[in-house]
Design a protein. Sequence first.
Length: 169
Amino acid sequence: MTSPTTYPNILVLEDDVDQMDLLVDFALSEIKSLIDDESTSEEHKEKLKNIRVLKTSNIRSLQRAVSIHKDVLLAVLDCNTPDDKGGKAHDQLVKTNHKITGQHRSVDIVTEHLPDTPITMISSSDRFRTIVNRHYESKHNLSINFIGKRDALRIRKNIEYFLKRFLAA
């Protein structure tokens, strides 16, 4: 039997409780949809049933989660999160001499511990998409998906895509 720390996971970083519930519901709905699909094999249904959704609400809990759970098939990260529980949310962008570099703390944490994990960032505003993508594409050859928080269909499709990719592997 597999240990809970080796189950496949979808990692969600979101400090807003309602938004977290929505993202978890999206993930679970997409998993259920694939399980209920007649074309999904019994083997794939079993793989889908083992997927866990890891909920993290701040940078500290994200660090703890990625150090424990190594089989993450997708990380969905909110751009604007607090450092600690109960802390004030902020953009988590690294600045040098008051200049935004494009480096993002939550992305760095995920890529350090789980380098092959695909990352989707969600944000209520699109203001840092270009600079973050430019930084990670040029320095780490990493492409990050950016989706607006209000674009529920695109978030669901993104989760579905990575679930199907997980099954195809």
